[in-house]
Design a protein around this ligand. Sequence first.
Ligand code: TMP
Length: 225
Amino acid sequence: MHKGLFIVFEGIDGSGTTTQCQVLTEKLATLGHPVAQTREPGGTPLAEAIRALVLDPKSTGIADLTELLLYAASRAQHVSEKIRPALMQGAHVICDRFTASTWAYQGYGRGLDLALIAQVTKIAEDGCEPDLTVYLQVPLALARTRRAKRGQVPDRLELAGDDFQARVANGYQELAKLNPDKAMAVDGSRNPNEVATEIWNGLRERWPEFPSPTPKAPTKNQGTR
Ligand code: TMP
């Protein structure tokens, strides 16, 4: 049981997870909530080193099982060093990707046995499950256009091809339907402000007390009559 809320953003590459993480983090911080923004793979020095390795297009010949274990290793470190301590201290953690990415990319995308994915992700999460996963749903063609507009060199996963991306997208469609208590599917094809508003409204429905600012420490004379 943790004190802060653990909220994860998921979707295919180009769905806008990074932007929405940023917007939500800033909003919570402005309202006075303790909040930590982070990402997977990555979030700690060791996990960022794994990220550099696993996303590098020059890392050729990585076996699918090795890829799964690299993402899992990054997650185990991230949970232990950053996510769990922040949650236990009462901060909300806003994370760009988490376990659903492993299901979508290594399970549906690479075609690894889903029972294996379940085992490995359980070990890596070590009991630290998201309170909510927001799935940003975007058509593949739009995601591709957005990625091209970024003008960045595509990473190893982005280079895995259209069929791979289609399988990942299909995986996300399936995942978003599971466990509605802990999942929110949002149309991510609109402009970022509209998407952010829908997410914010969804959060308020789930946790009406969520947007209220952290109460300030009482001043000296309060409550001492
Ligand atoms: P991004 O941070 O730019 O979205 O890049 C991360 C890439 O890694 C993205 O293509 C999704 C992929 N990924 C996996 O394949 N499995 C995982 O478990 C995670 C967290 C990410």
